[in-house]
Write a protein that binds this ligand. Sequence first.
Ligand code: NDP
Length: 339
Amino acid sequence: MTPNLPDSQRQIIYAKRPQGVPTVDCFRLIDVPVARPGPGKVLVRNDVLSVDPYIRMRMEEKDSYAPVMAIGDVLVGRTVGQVLESHADGFAEGDWVVGRLGWQDYSVAGPGELQKIDVSLAPQTAYLGALGSTGITAWVGLMAFGKPKAGETVLVSAASGAVGSVVGQIAKLKGCRAVGIAGGASKCALVKDAYGFDDCVDYKSPDFADALARAVPDGVDVYFDNVGGPILDAVLPLLNNFARIPLCGLVSQYNETEPYRVKNLREIFNRRVTMRGFVLSDHRDLWPEATRELIAAYAGGHLKYRETIAEGLENAPQAFIDMLAGANVGKQLVRLRRA
Ligand code: NDP
């Protein structure tokens, strides 16, 4: 029996499907009994929660690669936390773990749902961001589908965010010119000064198209697309022949009620471009190599990251809504418990 375990815990459940931009009443905070782990299971206290753009897709009854959430479901999301009680081989009380354990204070999980992390190498929260699934997404998309070669130009959208910031830093490590696209002058400054990109263009500025063309004088060989929509259209005429577009996400479109129609599609044909949508969970075979490289880059001081941390599970819905609107700098997290 775990000492000091409360009888009840907080969860956030899915309450209402949004039309366009989600509102806080799409979520509901409830109290439920803390579940106890049976044989082969562990009890995890979740300390920090990751809120991610893909959750918006799961809120909608649209065709998607991931299952849609049902009303009443606990919100999906990865957490980092500590094992409080273990009845599973390979896990002991006190182990730090990451898993998709949901928007809640405590979770019961099996070993297959958990990944042990080494908190002597990096802070716990890094395993939800640059050293976790967002960093691995950047590595897999860039290396497996962008196939960058030294000397090429790699352009990435949402460049100040969790995935985008890692993409540019890996591109630099591979000897490429890294150019970002981000919203606002301060985010562009961060992309250049903190993450070491060669340049960054503000898509909210009135001369975006011209500034983008000036930032890629040799054209674009890899466009790592996190956003889709009008930014994709602006990039397409700048691609070089045989360019690659790893299509990681469409965050500019998740809250839209009308689909955006790409105008410059013929550039993909003219320039014989390869565009490849990818989803991280399809590429588990690449995770170990990606993790090794990311940890080595971090240990060598070549992988920087930023976090925006909201306080308290009750503020997770607003943090999620704000992140979709670009209020986050770097990885958006929510602290559930003070250390
Ligand atoms: P970010 O940390 O990048 O946060 C989202 C960012 O999106 C905001 O900060 C904002 O930056 C930008 N954004 C919002 N609206 C727009 C818009 N209309 N036009 C341009 N940019 C916009 O999130 P993540 O790094 O977690 O995710 C980035 C992308 O990667 C998402 O599309 C996500 O779905 C995808 N993803 C895909 C995975 C996969 O397996 N394929 C796995 C993980 C993530 P700004 O202020 O610059 O506008």
